[in-house]
Design a protein around this ligand. Structure first.
Ligand SMILES: *[C@@H]1O[C@H](CO)[C@@H](O)[C@H](O)[C@H]1NC(C)=O
Ligand SMILES: *[C@@H]1O[C@H](CO)[C@@H](O)[C@H](O)[C@H]1NC(C)=O
Ligand SMILES: *[C@@H]1O[C@H](CO)[C@@H](O)[C@H](O)[C@H]1NC(C)=O
Ligand SMILES: *[C@@H]1O[C@H](CO)[C@@H](O)[C@H](O)[C@H]1NC(C)=O
Ligand SMILES: *[C@@H]1O[C@H](CO)[C@@H](O)[C@H](O)[C@H]1NC(C)=O
Ligand SMILES: *[C@@H]1O[C@H](CO)[C@@H](O)[C@H](O)[C@H]1NC(C)=O
Length: 392
């Protein structure tokens, strides 16, 4: 049974080959072309006894019979007509040119071959709609990207500052308008201040495009001011020069900033100088203690920030010893770390020399004699205890 199939197959191909060698068979190829381009339709016959060739379109209209033009269409031209080949050219191809073209060889009976002409529709440059400039913080907005004229349907991707945006809701509708497609994709989200100045890019990808078409919309978002006060000194002392700055963000930029102290106006205009966002106190005085506030607004809202100034007495600072405590702490840490290192190093050496050094014998290593060694070791021990207490 299987052998029968095989042999009938073989017979079929031998027959085909025989007929082929007789030369009486037209050969064509499918063609794909981008809308507006040029399509070459070639039909070949390897061995021909001057039998005529013909090309006809999907509507069965004859385009060329040999070198004779049959259809009045200025876009269609003859490229080559020999007994072995009939090649025609269709310029400025449109989507409606797509379909099955037929090459006929007028033997008895007529032999035909089909060639499919595929026309790719080029998408239009994408357009982004749905954004009113500026948006208000908290607004729900829908950015819609539209491209039409593609065939097959184009693919739309969204990028937020060049990073592909996948978090936001996205939907795509393919609308068949005649022979090509309109594709739209929307992003739905709530804007906040981080969207201010962010570039949203719609990218259209398609087989007919060498690189994607891109359109970018830079968002502008209006939001209420946010203020923060920075100070020039950590421990402001009497007599020092001191500066506060009211750092603000907001769109539109909130200006001017207003300074106040303890709910009232600045008490000493001579020493307290306001310049733009900065408040400078030329020589600090104990009486400057209090709460300083800067306030700013734009059309979205008003905000403020506060700083509590506590002017230290430089003399009092010298006697009380926060600095001494600090230095003591640092020294303690350094000593502790050094001890740890010595212990670790000692163990390491001990292991590598093959001897065993106890923890207590630590200080003994570089002592000139046994007595000093014991004293050293004990001293270290006591020292370590001290440190521990200090830490607790
Ligand atoms: C079509 O044929 C012409 C002439 O032979 C040639 O210049 C052109 O490159 C061809 N175009 C394509 C798309 O094959
Ligand atoms: C084909 O036609 C040409 C002239 O039209 C002639 O010279 C040639 O012999 C013919 N070939 C065959 C195989 O009939
Ligand atoms: C040509 O295109 C037609 C229709 O798309 C398809 O059925 C056929 O297989 C193609 N032929 C070749 C040789 O690619
Ligand atoms: C395609 O879009 C057009 C306008 O953009 C609309 O009028 C038409 O109804 C849509 N067709 C489908 C099938 O959605
Ligand atoms: C602080 O202000 C008081 C009264 O305004 C003044 O008498 C005093 O000298 C000032 N102290 C310093 C250090 O400037
Ligand atoms: C300001 O603070 C200092 C503490 O350094 C305090 O001694 C002084 O009495 C305070 N002055 C006022 C007016 O609150």
């Amino acid at each position: 049974m299987r052998f029968f199939f095989f042999s009938s197959f073989l017979l079929f191909w031998l027959t085909a080959l025989f007929l082929g060698s007789q030369g009486q068979f037209p050969i064509t190829q499918n063609v794909t072309v981008v809308e507006g381009g040029t399509a070459n339709m070639t039909c070949r016959v390897d061995y021909n006894d001057n039998t005529s060739l013909q090309w006809s379109n999907p509507a069965q209209q004859t385009l060329f019979f040999g070198d004779k033009k049959a259809l009045r269409d200025h876009r269609i031209e003859l490229v080559r007509a020999t007994s072995q080949e009939l090649t025609i050219r269709i310029n400025d191809v449109s989507l409606s040119d797509e379909g099955q073209y037929t090459c006929s060889l007028f033997t008895m009976p007529v032999k035909t071959t089909k060639a499919f002409l595929t026309v790719l529709g080029v998408p239009s440059r994408p357009e982004i709609t749905g954004f009113t400039k500026p948006a208000m913080e908290g607004d729900e907005i829908t950015l819609t990207c539209i491209t039409s004229g593609s065939k097959p349907a184009a693919n739309i991707r969204w990028f937020r500052n060049d990073k592909e945006d996948i978090k936001t809701l996205k939907f795509q509708i393919v609308n068949a308008t005649g022979k090509s497609f309109a594709v739209r994709s929307s992003l739905l989200f709530q804007v906040d201040k981080r969207d201010d100045g962010v570039a949203y890019t719609c990218s259209v990808e398609h087989v007919s495009l060498y690189k994607p078409y891109m359109t970018t919309e830079v968002l502008e978002v209006h939001y209420a001011p946010q203020l923060e006060i920075t100070h020039s000194l950590i421990i402001p002392q009497e007599g020092q020069y001191f500066k506060l700055e009211c750092v603000s963000i907001g769109n539109p930029i909130p200006e001017p900033v207003l300074w106040s102290k303890d709910g009232g106006e600045l008490p000493d205009i001579e020493r307290m100088i306001v310049e733009g966002r900065e408040l400078t106190i030329t020589t600090l005085n104990k009486t400057d203690n209090g709460t300083y506030r800067c306030e700013a607004s734009n059309h979205v809202g008003t905000s403020f920030a506060e700083y509590i100034l506590f002017v230290y007495d430089p003399n009092a600072l010298g006697q009380r010893g926060p600095d001494h405590a600090l230095i003591g702490g640092v020294v303690a840490v350094v000593v502790f770390i050094t001890l740890c290192l010595i212990i670790v190093l000692g163990r390491y050496l001990a292991r590598h020399k093959g001897t065993y050094l106890t923890h207590e014998a630590k200080g003994a290593e570089d002592a000139p004699d046994a007595d000093t060694a014991i004293i050293n070791a004990e001293g270290n021990h006591v020292h370590a205890e001290e440190k521990k207490e200090y830490f607790i």
